[in-house]
Design a protein. Structure first.
Lengths: 127, 483, 298
């Protein structure tokens, strides 16, 4: 895998390290990155996107702490073997968190009652 | 058209200091020369008087009076109506007034108003032409004037008969040339883009400011082949003085022989032309048959005056270069301030690098002048000696002031300027008078006493400024702080 | 906290520090009491409007001007009296550099290189070629962008521990700018070079900077890590009917024509927005740096 794996939008309100972690989560959850796949080095990512290497290592460190990545001697960062299959429900739910937050905010802005929205959501999930 | 407005226009365009300086110079020339003309009791003294006024008129004509051409250029470029005509009228009116008014005054005592007016007007048109024609034409004008003063039998002077026979057509021809040049620069599609043929009015003073030329326009304009190449051999932390000279640039930088030749090829060509010209005149042997004849002719006066101007211009161009370098915050100053290896004696090294190269040249000029003085045993040529020496004094004092960030007070500057003007102008005026020995003994003593006092005062002010600069430099943590 | 480089390259003295810096030009105050300490290995982006005093601050920090009051130190030494050792560890590129216009690019690099003990001539030659700069043309004849690149090569080839750049990207095209940012980023990451650069192009800063400092009207409005800035500040919008609930503490406050209110607010220690954000109709938007800058500086 090379550094073009990620896209970086520096002007976004979301910090770059979060953008990278988020993309890692999606890539692993979506199967584009399989267990044992090597990730581009910090230097490669930083050089390719012209971003601060500290940002990249911070993102990798966070992903490592989450159990998405692991550090192998001699190979650098690879996707953790325990990756996708054993993701707990709670972990998967956190991926949905941003969309839910957005939904909650818009519900408040439209001044809709919560139960009406939940009913509608439940119907959508069932169909 | 409003005549008063037109008359004032060239002066409104000029920088305020230049305006007063020019008026002071002109006033001093008219009053001083007329007074000498009256008191000297020599029959043809009024010719010299008119000549001195003419030189002042030429200086003003070439500086202030030509500024309206810039106005006309801008008015044309911005398609603003009416201003161009007003600018032209302003120049003409001032030229006519400047030629006739002194002619009437001198003519009051000696007659010949028309002859005198035409004589002064010739100088004035010469000044116009100098600033409107390309630079090399200026040298031709200077040589023509030199020749005219040498071959008085060939070209009858204003005291002789038939003067008007050549002077009037020459005046008309000059005016036609002025008009042609004026039209050319006003209608030029891109007049401010400098080329070899750009006239001094666009290159110097206000013209340079209007053209918005950066500090390195000279480097930009010159053909690469004529560009001086710095000699970097021996630079480095072990030779801080030489390295600093490279960093100062301009006439300070060490050059290879080839680089020096390349840079000065134009100056060398001009000097060679001058020497050849004089040689031809000696060979033709019209006015002056011998070498000493040449030395004692009026032409020599011209040469000495030229030398005085050159040494002063050289010193002020060096100072201008330094001042510019010390006002740029993004040029050499930060580089030098943060350059490792210059060591702790950097102030002393900087002074050595900045003072020695120009002083060497001025010293050479002083030696040349000294040779001239001993050869001539003339009094006026002492000015030729004093010019490089006082230029050196200015150079030292102001270099120190620039490095120290000190600015001399307003009165000091006023004193320096007026004394400089007095000595410079006085030198120019005294030269033609004293070389004839026509002035009375009393006036000569008075004159020399006055100049001696002025010179001592100048030296005192320069010393005081140098001391101010020296102390300021000692107080600065490092000399590379911008002003 | 934010990731710091390897602690072994930490030295006790910060590469750059200023305290209570005050300076003015002809009566108008440019800096009114600036305190700033640059941590070793950090990349600090200094941001501010034109005329905010960025260049003056940088020049005062490096001892290129004598401030009215306050102290500036470089590697612990007073900035106005730097020794050769400190100078050799530092490189500065001014805005629109004009130095030594009478030399060619190669001559200039040759001349300056003789003074730096760690000068990398190979890098200078390679980069001149890679950036397609005619080496034998006088600097005066190069375009502003080319001159800026030559000066950047000069600064980078001396392998400084502290790199100070004043508006480095101003005269560069997007490709050259990206290349410069890459160079800065990698140097900071690998050699632990501390970098200070001023800019008003916010996206440059967001890429490579680890810290950001806002300079506004001669004062430092904030100085924190770039990620923290993005996460900690937001814009709170309140419609007219609840504008009374606006928190008193805010970085900026703007009333719109319709009576609604925009404020730049900060999360508290627990990461929560001020209470007014939870009122019905209120809205909190995350802010990019550029928006944050505009909100504050307007």
């Amino acid at each position: 895998m090379d550094a073009s794996l990620f896209t970086v939008q520096p002007a976004s309100p979301e910090p770059i390290y979060r953008q990278i972690v988020e993309q890692l989560r999606r890539l692993i959850a979506g199967g584009q990155l399989g267990a044992g796949d090597a990730l581009p080095s910090v230097r490669e990512v930083a050089g390719f996107h012209a971003i601060n290497p500290m940002t990249v290592s911070r993102a990798y460190g966070l992903a490592e702490a989450e159990g998405l990545l692991e550090r192998l001697r001699g190979r650098g960062m690879v996707v953790a073997a325990t990756g996708r299959n054993v993701q707990t429900q709670a972990q998967r739910l956190t991926l949905l968190e941003p969309s839910l937050l957005m939904l909650a905010r818009q519900t408040r802005e439209l001044e809709l009652p919560a139960d009406a929205v939940l009913r509608r959501l439940a119907r959508m999930l069932e169909s | 058209m409003n005549i008063k407005r037109a008359l004032l226009l060239p002066w409104q365009v000029a920088h305020v200091a230049v305006r007063w300086l020019a008026l002071a110079l002109f006033g001093a020339a008219v009053v001083g020369a007329t007074a000498f003309g009256i008191f000297s009791h020599q029959p043809d003294m009024w010719v010299r008087t008119a000549g001195v006024i003419g030189v002042a008129e030429a200086l003003i004509g070439s500086s202030c009076l030509m500024n309206p051409v810039l106005l006309a250029i801008d008015a044309h470029q911005l398609r603003m109506p009416g201003i161009e005509r007003q600018a032209m009228a302003g120049v003409l009116l001032n030229g006519v007034l400047g030629s006739f008014a002194p002619a009437v005054v001198i003519g009051w005592f000696s007659g010949h108003v028309l002859v005198l007016a035409v004589f002064v007007a010739l100088f004035c048109v010469g000044g116009f032409l100098w600033s409107l024609l390309p630079r090399y034409a200026g040298l031709v004008l200077y040589l023509a004037a030199l020749k005219a003063t040498m071959f008085t039998s060939w070209v009858p002077g204003p005291g002789k008969a038939h003067f008007l026979a050549w002077a009037l057509p020459a005046l008309v021809l000059g005016l036609v040339l002025v008009a042609v040049c004026w039209r050319r620069w006003v209608l030029a599609p891109n007049p401010y883009r400098m080329s070899r043929r750009s006239p001094p009015v666009l290159r110097l003073g206000l013209g340079a400011a209007v053209a918005g030329r950066g500090p390195h326009s000279q480097l930009n304009r010159r053909h690469p082949w004529l560009q001086a190449r710095a000699d970097l051999r021996g630079c480095g932390p072990r030779h801080p003085v030489r390295s600093l000279r490279v960093a100062l640039g301009g006439s300070y930088q060490p050059l290879t022989t080839m680089g020096w030749l390349r840079q000065s090829v134009l100056v060398i060509a001009a000097v060679a032309m001058l020497v050849a010209w004089i040689a031809v005149m000696i060979l033709q042997g019209e006015a002056a048959r011998t070498f000493s004849g040449i030395l004692h002719s009026d032409a020599m006066t011209f040469l000495v005056a030229g030398g005085v101007c050159v040494s002063i211009i050289y010193a002020s161009s060096c100072l201008g270069h330094l001042r510019l370098r010390w006002s740029c915050v993004n040029a050499e100053l930060p580089l030098l301030a943060l350059l490792p290896g210059l060591g702790t004696g950097v102030k002393r090294d900087l002074l050595r690098a900045s003072l020695w190269p120009p002083l060497r040249i001025l010293l050479l000029a002083a030696l040349l002048a000294l040779a001239l003085v001993t050869r001539l045993s003339g009094r006026a040529e002492v000015f030729a000696l004093l010019a490089p020496i006082s230029a050196a004094g200015y150079l030292v004092a102001f270099t120190l002031l620039i490095f120290s960030g000190q600015r001399p007070g307003r009165w000091t500057m006023l004193g320096l300027n007026s004394l400089g003007l007095l000595l410079f102008g006085g030198g120019l005026f005294a030269l033609p008078f004293s070389s004839t020995g026509g002035a009375s003994a009393l006036s000569v003593v008075l004159l020399w006493g006055l100049f001696l006092i002025a010179w001592l005062a100048l030296a005192a002010i320069l010393l005081w400024s140098a001391r101010l600069g020296w102390r300021g430099l000692q107080r600065r943590p490092h000399p590379f702080l911008s002003n | 906290m934010n990731a710091m480089p390897d602690p072994s390259c930490h030295t006790a003295v910060p590469p750059l520090a200023v305290r209570d810096l005050v300076h003015c030009y002809e009566g108008s105050n440019v800096l009114t009491g600036v305190n700033l300490v640059l941590q070793p290995g950090s990349v600090l982006g200094l941001i501010g409007r034109n005329g905010a005093g960025k260049s003056t601050l940088i020049r005062a920090m490096l001892g290129l001007l004598q401030p009215l009051s306050g102290t500036a130190t470089v590697f612990g030494e007073p900035a106005l009296k730097l020794g050769d050792a400190s100078k050799a560890r530092l490189a500065y590129v001014p805005q629109q550099p004009e130095a030594l216009a009478w030399l060619t690019a190669r001559q200039m690099l040759d001349f300056v290189g003789r003074f730096y003990p760690r000068w990398d001539q190979g890098f200078a030659d390679r980069t001149l070629e890679r950036w397609q700069i005619p080496p034998n043309k006088l600097l005066a004849r190069l375009s502003p962008g080319e001159r800026q690149r030559v000066d950047l090569i000069r600064a980078l080839a001396s392998q400084p521990e502290l790199l100070v750049l004043d508006e480095p990207a101003a005269a560069l095209d997007p490709v050259a700018r990206r290349e410069l940012l890459r160079e800065i980023a990698l140097r900071a990451g690998e050699s632990g070079t501390t970098v200070l650069f001023s800019t008003h192009i916010v996206s440059d800063l967001e890429r490579v900077a680890s810290d950001v400092a806002f300079l506004h009207q001669g004062r430092l409005l904030m100085h924190c890590t770039i990620d923290e800035t993005k996460e900690r500040y937001g814009r709170l919008w309140l419609p007219e009917r609840i504008h009374y609930a606006a928190p008193t503490q805010s970085l900026s406050r703007r009333r719109h024509d319709d009576g609604s209110l925009s404020l730049v607010v900060e999360r508290d220690a627990n990461g929560a927005w001020p209470e007014a954000a939870n009122l019905p109709g209120a809205r909190v938007d995350a802010l990019g740096l550029e928006d944050l800058f505009v909100e504050i500086a307007e």
